[in-house]
Design a protein around this ligand. Structure first.
Ligand SMILES: Cc1cc2nc3c(=O)[nH]c(=O)nc-3n(C[C@H](O)[C@H](O)[C@H](O)COP(=O)(O)O)c2cc1C
Length: 168
């Protein structure tokens, strides 16, 4: 089946997941911020990956604007954030990031990415340190001061299997 992977990444973890999906499926990659998007008309599977900023996928606007073009295809969406994924978090990100009409049509996955203090600017580092004072150990703001790295290829196993099942 013909597919494509569209992604938006700031510091590389979403890009890494997108590259692994591409390796496994042979689908080409398009950086939503830097490259022009080819005609999606002939595509049967659309994979969209985006990092999370303030509890919402940054690609939410793109999905809203382009849903009409992709709604009859198999759409798979994955979010990448600093928090440890749970069912509750997955629901929260689906609610904040997907247009209402897409929710029961999209296969949604949420993965942990990477966050390093040294990648952030001075102001953000200060804000995070302040926010972390009010959080418990293991909470997001705290993780973002200490740093997290949950990027693992095996996180993608379920999605890769699902994409394989579509091609049968
Ligand atoms: C300003 C800012 C806000 C963030 N907000 C969240 C958030 O609300 N929830 C979350 O899980 N991760 C949040 N993160 C962490 C990023 O989503 C995480 O580091 C992700 O892996 C970045 O993806 P990338 O490496 O593809 O850029 C935030 C990061 C930054 C810089």
């Amino acid at each position: 089946m013909k597919g494509i992977i569209l992604y938006q990444s700031k510091h590389g973890s979403t890009k890494q997941y997108a590259e692994w999906i591409s390796e496994e499926t042979g689908f080409p990659l398009v950086d939503l911020k830097k490259e022009s998007i080819p005609d999606l008309k002939d595509m049967e599977i659309i994979v969209i990956g985006s990092w999370i900023l303030a509890a919402r996928m940054v690609a939410h606007g793109w999905m809203k604007k382009n849903w009409a073009k992709i709604k009859d295809k198999s759409v798979i969406v994955f979010s990448v954030g600093g928090d440890v994924p749970t069912e509750e978090l997955k629901k929260k990100y689906m609610d904040s990031s997907l247009p209402k009409e897409t929710k029961d049509k999209v296969h949604f996955y949420t993965y942990q990415g990477r966050f390093r203090q040294e990648d952030q600017n001075f102001m953000l580092r200060g804000m995070l340190k302040f926010a972390a004072k009010f959080e418990k150990e293991g909470d997001l703001a705290n993780n973002m001061v200490v740093g997290v790295d949950g990027v693992k290829k095996e996180n993608l196993d379920e999605m890769i299997q699902y994409i394989g099942s579509l091609s049968k």
